[in-house]
Design a protein around this ligand. Structure first.
Ligand SMILES: Cc1cc2nc3c(=O)[nH]c(=O)nc-3n(C[C@H](O)[C@H](O)[C@H](O)COP(=O)(O)OP(=O)(O)OC[C@H]3O[C@@H](n4cnc5c(N)ncnc54)[C@H](O)[C@@H]3O)c2cc1C
Length: 468
């Protein structure tokens, strides 16, 4: 059977790319993998996705769902064989409906996250998922990686923002489930299986998502602290003092300020003296005119008096707020300017985070003294990007020690009840880590679910689970 001919018949020639045209879909954002695709399909309807999958299932051809390609684990990249079909959701990108009174909307998988945020805003509502990649990542990718970001502390991860899903199964059957219900106890949570499954169980084509009241007031500050322990204590104080209106709480090390100021135009240290650590704090409220600035200033003042905060700056305008956020959001880019490095996406209970940083930093200093540690991120969620940065010629030497460093840091996280993958998923990159750290019973259940939903193993083969 001529599969490409069949696919062309389903899609129309313009929506099936072959040869050179596939290039943008054949490598991942971090350039860890370079694959080769049989072809790239760009369906425009759920029916087309269903017919595509039925044809690939019959032909036993692997299908790699592809969203905005901003994932960090190589999940959306085909392997090197040239036999897998990349299925891009980019043209399935309509917001189908908005229901402000039900605080929900229905978006197709190919909608870019920022587009959904804007639609919610136009309806005087708030869709809270927010990531550095929000201008290009897609709702389908966010659902499939169970994305986190900077508002998890207040609203939870993508899994917590979903009411219903529409999914096309590996054999082409459509699982309808775009319910807008907040209460629905009718059997197993089948739809939940697809959240965080990274395209290995089916293709998500649309989702019913939760909305929240529009944000009317915010206050943002950068507070200097002595160590991560002080940051964790400060977070608890701010939550109590603000009626739990903390919406973001991000940790930034001194080196984060230095590297962004060195490499990113427009970034400078907003405080007069250097400090070892900083917390970027934001309060947000749906009440218009809520005096959050005064509240934050007062809470930080009290923390200063108590010796917890060493210095702080509260943003007085939208521009100053953007400048503080730019420091945080530019750290990955600043790291790229510094050359090769090792990245880890760990989480531990918030209370154990100071211990993780202390022990992790001591291990790095003792075993990889040439590397500079850049530990930053979502401290309010117990999630840190615990990265080691080489310098010039040291970079390649550092990469050679990736396995040893990964083992030490992931073992440390596991020992503190933590995870080796807090928000970036498994993809192709962390398959062996999942095998190592997941309880055997859980891994066996994952394989059983995979076999039940995708008996021919066509859905994103080799991602999350090793091919069986
Ligand atoms: C600058 C930057 C900042 C980031 N910050 C964060 C952050 O704060 N928090 C965070 O969690 N992540 C972050 N990320 C990682 C990334 O943006 C997220 O993982 C995002 O959710 C991926 O979405 P995507 O559309 O790009 O998915 P892709 O990379 O295209 O795909 C990711 C996985 O989902 C699968 N997939 C995609 N669409 C579908 C679908 N419709 N059905 C089934 N499977 C599908 C793919 O096969 C792949 O396995 C960041 C990335 C960058 C570049």
């Amino acid at each position: 059977v001529d599969l490409l001919g069949t696919l062309r018949g389903i899609l129309g020639a313009g929506d099936l790319l072959t040869g050179e045209a596939c290039a943008p879909f054949e490598s991942d954002h971090r350039r860890l993998y370079q694959g080769r695709a049989l072809a790239v399909a760009l369906p425009r309807s759920v029916d087309e996705v269903a017919r595509l999958l039925a044809a690939c299932n019959a032909a036993r051809v692997g299908v790699v769902p592809h969203g905005g390609n901003t994932g960090y684990c190589g999940g959306a990249t085909p392997d090197e064989s040239g036999t897998q079909l990349v299925l891009s959701l980019a043209r399935l990108n309509r917001v189908r409906s908005v229901d402000p009174e039900n605080y929900s909307l229905i978006a197709e998988a190919g909608c870019v996250l920022a587009q959904v945020q804007r639609v919610a805003e136009a309806a005087e509502r708030h869709f809270p998922l927010s990531l550095g990649s929000e201008g290009s990542c897609q709702i389908g990718g966010n659902l499939s990686t169970n994305a986190g970001g900077v508002h998890v502390l207040r609203y939870g991860m993508m899994r917590d923002l979903v009411l219903g899903l529409e999914v096309v199964l590996a054999d082409g059957r459509v699982l309808p489930g775009l319910t807008a219900l907040r209460k629905d106890n009718t059997g197993y949570d089948i739809r939940g299986l697809f959240l965080g499954a990274e395209g290995t169980l089916g293709v998500i084509t649309a989702a019913s998502l939760k909305l929240f009241p529009a944000i009317q007031s915010t206050a943002t500050a950068l507070a200097a602290v002595a160590d991560p322990g002080a940051a964790v204590t400060l977070l608890a104080r701010l939550r109590a003092a603000s009626g739990d209106s903390v919406s973001s709480f991000e940790l930034i090390p001194r080196i984060g300020i230095e590297l962004t100021a060195a490499h990113i135009p427009g970034v400078s240290d907003p405080l007069t003296a250097p400090h070892p650590w900083y917390a970027l704090c934001e309060l947000a409220s749906s009440r218009l005119g809520e005096p959050l600035d005064a509240l934050l200033t007062e809470a930080l003042g009290a923390a200063y008096e108590a010796g917890l905060v060493r210095d702080a700056v509260v943003a007085r305008s939208g521009r100053e707020r953007a400048a503080l956020w730019k420091i945080r959001e530019s750290i990955p880019e600043a790291q790229r300017h510094e050359g090769a490095g090792l990245k880890h996406d760990i989480s531990v209970p918030v209370s154990a985070l100071p211990q993780f940083v202390e022990r992790g930093a001591a291990w790095v200093a003792a075993h990889v003294p040439a590397a500079r540690l850049i530990a930053y991120g979502h401290v309010g969620d117990g999630n840190l990007h615990f990265n080691l940065q080489g310098r010039g010629a040291d970079g390649p030497a550092l990469l050679k020690r990736a396995e040893e460093v990964r083992r030490a840091l992931h073992d440390l996280a596991a020992g503190l009840g933590g995870s080796f993958s807090a928000e970036h998923g498994i993809g192709r990159l962390k398959v062996a880590e999942l095998e190592r750290y997941a309880p055997a019973t859980e891994l066996a259940l994952m394989h059983a679910v995979k076999r039940a939903l995708d008996p021919n193993g066509i859905m994103n083969p080799g991602k999350v689970l090793r091919r069986s």
